[in-house]
Design a protein around this ligand. Structure first.
Ligand code: KG4
Ligand code: ZN
Length: 346
């Protein structure tokens, strides 16, 4: 049995299509982590159906809470706080988790910690690497977000750039859907690309040399679709591995260039990747290569902590509890929640 002096926090994550619960002891000891994925439920629709997601969370959440507590060997009386994703995400899905967390905080008379999902993705790195400290540059890439931020100190962010249209994960998912590869598209494109030629098709690298830290992916997505349509019309054979690898290379080239420049401009020696797309093996490899020669260290969480999970929510919740950043029980869920409003003090 572990030393529980730090205090146990229960984490709850229901912002999208994973129902996840976790118990952490202090900031970096995960005692249990349950991830109940709804991927099969949404796969035939090619994306997440919000109403189905809410209902599935409702069914899965209470058993997932009980299971997380059981695996942690914890009783409800051991909890020092309950941390929950407040946003951003699907509003109906968020409400399931937030309502359950409020009820628990009220009944157990413990603090409610309302967590910003994007901030928690960044904090998955602090959970995994206890020696990691700011200042750093963080690249937050998921199904809904593409954000490049400077983090000079803990829980302090200044946005450098973001996507002006599609999020990176969204682009992977849309291209995969068009190619008939199923949902979610990121992991499939990543896997297929290993057998493809990234230089087979010269897809556009939008905003590569514009001097900003912004991203644009909708033109690339259209370019892939047009290329495949035209090739099919002409009766040419396309290798889906080559299309996938060329698309991925176009996405990653721009990301690597901008992240590297941001790290240099901000004069940091650490870069962290966060969010579902941080699982991308090509991004990890190419960025590592680019940063290596510059004396900048790259951090990214293991796969289960890159994807949506409640351990990162509970871990950040523990830090919020320590900082006195607790929430009142009338706090609302927020479909849109900027990173700078991570402090949920209202
Ligand atoms: O953070 P996340 O689990 O959920 C959101 O908060 O959006 O991110 C999910 C996204 C999906 O779009 C999925 O296709 C993408 O992350 N993804 C990947 C990879 N694994 C997941 N994208 C590229 N390469 C991957 N290996
Ligand atoms: Zn996420």
């Amino acid at each position: 049995m572990s030393d529980r002096r730090d205090g146990l926090i229960l984490g709850i994550e229901t912002s999208c299509d994973e129902t996840s619960t976790a118990v952490v002891n202090g900031e970096d000891e995960v005692l249990s982590l349950i991830i109940s994925s709804q991927v099969d439920l949404h796969a035939s629709y090619g994306g997440v159906v919000p109403e189905l997601a809410s209902r599935a969370h409702l069914e899965a959440l209470l058993p997932a809470i009980e299971e997380a507590m059981r695996r942690a060997g914890a009783g409800y009386g051991d909890l020092r706080g309950v941390a929950v994703t407040r946003g951003p995400g699907l509003i109906g899905a968020l409400l399931v988790g937030l309502t359950a967390a409020k009820a628990m905080a009220f009944v157990l008379d413990i603090p409610l910690l309302a967590v910003n999902h994007l901030e928690a993705h960044i904090y998955a790195n602090f959970l995994q690497f206890p020696e990691l400290e700011p200042p750093l540059v963080a690249f937050v890439v998921s199904g809904g977000h593409t954000l490049l931020v400077h983090m000079p100190a803990h829980r302090t962010y200044s946005g450098l750039g973001e996507t002006v249209d599609d999020a990176a994960g969204e682009a992977y998912d849309k291209v995969a859907r068009f190619l008939g590869l199923g949902y979610p598209g990121g992991p499939v494109i990543d896997r297929l690309s290993r057998r493809g030629d990234p230089e087979a098709v010269a897809f556009p690298r939008a905003m590569l040399r514009d001097g900003s830290f912004n991203f644009s992916l909708s033109g690339l997505k259209t370019a892939v679709i047009n290329y495949v349509r035209k090739s099919r019309e002409r009766g040419e054979e396309i290798r889906v591995e080559d299309i996938a690898a060329s698309f991925q290379a176009a996405v990653v080239d721009v990301q690597v260039d901008k992240i590297t420049r941001a790290a240099r401009d901000m004069e940091v020696s650490r870069v962290v990747l966060a969010g579902g797309v941080a699982a991308n093996t090509y991004l990890r490899e190419k960025l590592e290569e680019a940063l290596e020669g510059k004396g900048i260290k790259l951090y990214y969480p293991t796969l289960d902590l890159c994807a949506d999970n409640a351990a990162m929510i509970a871990s950040l919740g523990w830090r919020m509890l320590r900082d006195g950043d607790t929430s009142s029980l009338d706090i609302d869920a927020a479909a849109v929640l900027p990173l700078s409003q991570g402090r949920a003090s209202s």
